[in-house]
Design a protein around this ligand. Structure first.
Ligand code: NAD
Length: 262
């Protein structure tokens, strides 16, 4: 059987970019996946690209909305009969300096990523604890949760919040057999809606490079001199939830092709 046969996954923000690559990989490895995103049609289209309705379904869920989050968990139970694996991937980035950041900017970043992940993890944990089958909760945090960069305060602060949710939930849910781990990507330019939607132009300006060369710029500053792709992040998610890593919780895996020490 495939490594994730019989597992049921919920991936937030999975209609695009890293989330879509994660949902695709999990389905390839045998899992059934619920793709939750802001727009129903986009989520359903992403699901249809991955497989038939017995493998992947798309649902509308804004992760800041408690009722919609609960509905996405309920959709997994209704369509596939359970829930084993949850990926907190939904996110956005405004890429603003301290002086540019408005209260509304701060609240939006924190609502989507800090509060949104909390709501998803809480709704999922209720099911995971009740099922008594263990499970995985994975946060797509960021290199920015650890390393400081310019013009990124609200985004980076909320990514650090997510990183601490990983440690806190690993401690709290361990006795239920639920592993909680994080992944810290960096520089996933290709395929990323965040980069295409303005963040790329802003980062290019910060680094003084042409936006078209941003992928190459990120690659040359890594230790491995490699561009990071959505599939590289998806690989890390897959590895974390295989039985081979059954004794690993509270970990953050960098998927950034290597960061120089200084
Ligand atoms: P993306 O824009 O392609 O994907 C983000 C998805 O989240 C989109 O489909 C969007 O519609 C969805 N989303 C946004 N707000 C939402 C909400 N309130 N409720 C539900 N869904 C919502 O961008 P991506 O680069 O694939 O980013 C995915 C995750 O990876 C984000 O959390 C991002 O912070 C993180 N990340 C990305 C990079 C990178 O280099 N691209 C680096 C580190 C971390």
């Amino acid at each position: 059987p495939k490594p994730l046969a019989g597992r049921i996954a919920l991936v937030t923000g999975a209609a695009s970019g890293i989330g879509k690559a994660i949902a695709t990989r999990l389905a390839t490895e045998g899992a059934c996946v619920v793709i939750a995103d802001l727009d129903l049609a986009t989520a359903q289209n992403a699901a249809a690209e991955i497989g038939t309705a017995d493998v992947a379904i798309g649902v509308q869920a804004n992760v800041t909305d408690e009722v919609q989050v609960q509905a996405s968990v309920d959709a997994a139970l209704l369509a596939f009969g359970g829930l084993d694996l949850v990926v907190n991937n939904a996110g956005l980035s405004l890429s603003k300096s301290l002086l540019e950041t408005t209260v509304a900017d701060w609240d939006l970043q924190h609502n989507v990523m800090a509060k949104g992940s909390f709501l998803v993890s809480r709704a999922a944990a209720r099911v995971l604890i009740d099922q008594k089958l263990g499970g995985d909760i994975i946060y797509i945090s960021s290199k920015n949760s650890v390393f400081a960069g310019p013009n990124n305060i609200a985004y980076s602060a909320t990514k650090a919040d997510q990183a601490h949710q990983v440690r806190l939930l690993a401690a709290e849910l361990g006795e239920h057999g639920v592993k909680v781990n994080g992944i810290n990507p960096d520089g996933v330019v290709r395929g990323s809606g965040i980069f295409a939607g303005g963040w790329g132009a802003k980062r290019a300006a910060v680094y003084g490079v042409d936006e078209d060369d941003l992928g190459k710029y990120y690659a040359q500053r890594t230790l491995l001199k490699r561009e990071v792709l959505p599939e590289n992040v998806a690989n890390a998610v897959f590895v974390l939830c295989t039985n081979d890593l059954s004794h690993t919780t509270g970990l953050h895996i960098p998927v950034d092709a290597g960061v120089a020490a200084a």
